[in-house]
Design a protein around this ligand. Structure first.
Ligand code: GLC
Length: 717
């Protein structure tokens, strides 16, 4: 008999219920939940109560803020020592939000947030980033990473857009696979795909508000990244806190059991999101008590509840089983999955993987973070070669994101909301202003904040400095936030930033607009003509020097928008829209009217395409589409370039998208170099989901587009 089966047989119901319970670090620390004493210290009394008496099997989060690796190892040792004092000594499984590097481990290198990583088009790099993040997390003694986010970010208003890989299925699939593989290849680390399913499309655009997503759309757009992430070996899934079509996902037997387990065959651990079982009672109101919420969620298919604050969840399980309302066999299913995960992570042998862990290589790690940041920057406009900047001009840097580390990192940075980043981030990491001053030369760079993120205007000396300047770099965008704290009532930039743009425009100086943001804030109301515009989506520790490098020309930008950049809050339609969303009706406004299109991004060099070839222009439904194209760097400097392959379905029973991205590859070309890029696409991947919820691929005419080239092909039989 296996160790797990033997253990299971020996476990009491209370021990099993404890394994299904996950609490936050606050509950075993001095102080009160959300108000833990700083510096954080574990309370022996609380440890005894929660771990030894209530037998809780999993802990998450940071309590106060990120801890050093050494402090983490001490904390994990204390917690595992308490677990070892229980009858069976089952080790605790510790989980942390490792979102853009080991952001809760002090001293770790922080990378661009997922939206920025998506802009790189570089899956190899993304895999390296998440492997490094896994190592930094393990060095702290923590094996379980609550990453990657596999949600599609299709609503630019959504406050967690920057945590996702953008609006496109293919990019999200490929990047989710890269991130998952990156984590899973690190022995002792486990990824967690989140948030299953359809979390990123709340109807209001505000976090955790109801979503209405027809099953057909769920299957065609939102499900594939999870299917790919599971195929890449992720052992756990975290559930979407929201509701879809009136059903809270934590109560959905269809989604959590029939679809995830039945259809996808997943037999790993399903963990709830924060307090989401009791929220079935207190928020969603589908359960008239916490106890019935426990029953509903376990019947739906959860294995572990991130109760976060309470251990009553475990008591309710015992009560429900003893009263015959829940079969113990169902509890055994969940406990088996949890114990298997702990065994696979080696926790029974080494409860704290942080000891004797190889040291970090900060210089090498920062080099990777800088490479990722450089490739994540998207150059959106560059009229008359305004960039790179000419040498020795007088430059005035203005705006709230210029000297803000919160704007370089976003949320999940040392704390949940990232509000302490400027205080906690090691001083060796510069803000954009500091990096630019250091590179361009202090004497020619002056600064005015202009306004802060609370929209308080800070325009003292702005007029004088504008007079002095030859050029302005206007740094706008967002500070840090996540989840419901980032919900917006207007996607335009804030009034203070718009007012600042008015004051800067009055000086009529050449101006570069630099946007540091987590989502594409609408800029169409800004006053001022910007001869150059660039954006980065929380580019991380390498971001400041990368942005400076793009402005001075040391770095050639190559990022491509992983989203459609809206012109106004009323037009939030993604690139893979339907033809009826993309046409002028007798000169009336087209619904699809972006500021910048999905996949757009400029370079300081030029690339041309020629000789687009299909091996066969008539293919069967089970064939591969073999494609080649020649790409040339026709400019005078080397550059990275993301080659994107789209297809169009000319006619289908379900209205076809005007185009869908099917593959992408990043290449680096020297000036004048030409390379043949090849793709092999499964024809079956062009299927859509029919009204019968099944994949459907129709014979007929299709087109394939790369750059400005297009080729028709037929699918026949
Ligand atoms: C949060 C987030 C989730 C995170 C979890 C633990 O509410 O929704 O992404 O992993 O709680 O911090």
């Amino acid at each position: 008999m296996s160790r797990i089966e033997d253990l299971l047989q020996r476990m009491t119901l209370a021990e099993k219920a404890g394994q299904m319970t996950q609490v936050t670090l606050d509950t075993i620390s001095y102080g009160k939940p959300y108000k833990v004493k700083n510096p954080l210290r574990l309370s022996p009394q609380k440890l005894k109560k929660v771990i030894e008496k209530k037998l809780v099997g999993s802990v998450l989060n940071v309590g106060t803020h990120a801890h050093t690796p050494a402090r983490w190892r001490e904390l994990i040792d204390e917690i595992q020592a308490a677990a070892a004092r229980t009858r069976l000594g089952i080790p605790v499984l510790y989980g942390l939000d490792t979102i853009h590097g080991a952001n809760y481990v002090m001293g770790s290198t922080l990378f661009p947030q997922q939206l920025g990583l998506a802009a790189t088009g570089n899956t190899e790099l993304v895999e390296q980033v998440f492997s490094l993040a896994a190592r930094d997390t393990l060095r702290a003694g923590v094996p379980w990473l609550f990453a990657p986010v596999a949600d599609l970010g299709r609503d630019p208003r959504w406050p967690r857009l920057w945590e996702a890989f953008g609006e496109d299925v293919q990019i999200t699939k490929d990047m989710t696979v890269a991130a998952t593989k990156g984590i899973e290849k690190v022995e002792g680390a486990a990824s967690c795909l989140k948030h299953f399913l359809g979390y990123g499309y709340p109807q209001s655009g505000m976090d955790r508000t109801p979503a209405w997503i027809p099953e057909r759309q769920l299957r065609e757009y939102y499900l594939p990244p999870f299917v790919s992430g599971l195929a890449a070996g992720s052992p756990s899934v975290m559930v979407n806190s929201g509701e879809i079509n009136g059903e809270p996902v934590h109560a959905s037997k269809f989604l959590l059991t029939d679809l995830l387990r039945g259809e996808l065959g997943f037999d790993g651990v399903v963990v709830t999101d924060w307090e989401d079982v009791i929220y079935l009672h207190t928020r969603h109101r589908v359960a008239d008590s916490y106890r019935s919420a426990v029953k509903i969620s376990i019947e739906a298919g959860i294995d572990m509840s991130m109760t976060a604050m309470d251990t009553d969840f475990a008591d309710h399980i015992v009560d429900l089983v003893e009263s015959g309302e829940l079969p113990e066999a169902r509890i055994d299913e969940s406990v088996r999955r949890i114990l298997r995960m702990k065994e696979k992570l080696g926790l029974f042998e080494i409860p704290n993987p942080g000891h004797d862990f190889p040291a970090a290589k900060p210089k090498k790690d920062l080099a990777l973070a800088t490479k990722a940041a450089e490739q994540s920057i998207v150059l959106l406009k560059n009229k008359r070669g305004a960039l790179p900047l000419k040498k020795q001009q007088r430059i005035l840097v203005v705006g709230p994101t210029a000297n803000s580390k919160r704007s370089l990192h976003g949320g999940w940075t040392y704390t949940w909301q990232g509000e302490k980043t400027d205080e906690l981030d090691p001083s060796e990491h510069p803000t954009f202003l500091a990096a630019f001053r250091s590179e361009y030369g202090k004497k020619n760079v002056r600064y005015v904040q202009g306004c802060n993120h609370q929209d308080e205007l800070k325009m003292k000396k702005l007029k004088d400095k504008l007079k002095w300047a030859d050029r302005v770099i206007l740094c706008l965008g967002e500070s840090s936030y996540t989840e419901f704290f980032g919900s917006l009532d207007d996607l335009y930039l804030s009034p203070g930033q718009e007012e600042l743009s008015v004051q800067v425009a009055k000086a009529k100086k050449p101006t570069t607009l630099l946007l540091l943001q987590g989502r594409p804030r609408c800029i169409s109301r800004l006053k001022g003509k910007y001869d150059s515009i660039l954006t980065a989506f929380y580019p991380g520790h390498g971001g400041a020097t990368a942005l400076s490098g793009v402005l001075t020309g040391r770095v050639n930008p190559s990022g491509r928008l992983p989203l459609t950049y809206p012109r106004s809050p009323n037009s939030l339609i993604p690139y893979d829209h339907k033809s009826t969303e993309n046409q002028e009706l007798q000169g009336a406004k087209s619904a699809f009217d972006p500021e910048f299109e999905f996949g757009y991004g400029l370079s300081y060099t030029d690339f041309s395409y020629r000789k687009l070839k299909l091996k066969k222009d008539v293919v069967g439904q089970n064939d591969k589409l073999k494609v080649s194209v020649k790409v040339k760097n026709t400019g005078r400097r080397s550059g990275g370039h993301v080659v994107q392959l789209y297809t169009r379905t000319h006619f289908a029973a379900i209205t076809p998208s005007v185009r869908r991205l099917r593959a992408f590859q990043r290449i680096e070309l020297q000036a004048g170099e030409e390379r043949t890029v090849t793709f092999s696409i499964d024809v079956a991947d062009l299927a859509y989901i029919g009204l019968d919820q099944q994949p459907r691929l129709e014979d007929g005419k299709y087109s394939l587009m790369i750059g400005d080239l297009e080729k028709d092909f037929m699918i026949a039989g």
